[in-house]
Design a protein around this ligand. Sequence first.
Ligand code: DGL
Length: 276
Amino acid sequence: MNISQSIGIFDSGFGGLTVFKSIAQKLPQYNYIYLGDNSRAPYGDRSFETVYRYTLECVEWLFGQGCPLVILACNTASAKALRSIQQKVLPFKYPDRRVLGVIRPTAEVVGNYSNSRTIGVMGTRGTVKSESYLIEVAKFFPEIKVLQQSCPLWVPLIENNEHIHEGADYFLKKYLGQLLAKDDAIDCILLACTHYPLLIPKLRALLPEKVALLGQGEIVADSLVDYLERHPEMKDRLARDREMRFFTSGDTSVFDQQASIFFGAEVASQHIELCV
Ligand code: DGL
């Protein structure tokens, strides 16, 4: 099998599959390698240094598989590692490779979904603490007020498939209530963690109709389509055999079972050992 010249997609665990699903629908012609660092997920509460180290190791592994382009389908890794990888690693070690994240493409469009110009951003502690959304949204929509809410228990609930049970509702209501209490004018909530789209049915039922709920899959997929149009030199390097391969640093049977829920199709993964 020709695995060279695939688009690499990385997440700390399963969340990136919600983005990959949209990308594979929009750009089915390419080859893809998905890597979930499940054995070290969640990343949300880890330090900048640790998230950087883990993310870089995974990106370099994907480069080793021949990927010329890697998408960090993870807000936490995008917030804490992307800039350093782009500025301190790529130019010196991999000048012909590219790594893209999910925060900038989301910040570019999020303002289009709010009439009140007041949005809520829900993410991991790491994403919220980095203030990346405050900084990036201000670049494109300086008039927009951004309120943030960290939701530290949502990723563990989702990674363990506990979010579907009633007991999880307490934590959904808790963080949602904390966010909405910050400003009555919030009319758009951005799910700034690639795991959270699995909560959409429950969250939607808890929210007033006037509040839009925004996931990132479509946004990131559209932005990748646009990127490849603007970078024909990258587009021409990508193989087009419609192959998808899945790798996890965790247990493959657990991954395959959970991944199909996030990806919406059967998945057969292979294990890799990460050692940092
Ligand atoms: N899916 C990831 C994100 O978008 C993070 C989950 C985690 O590892 O905490 O932030």
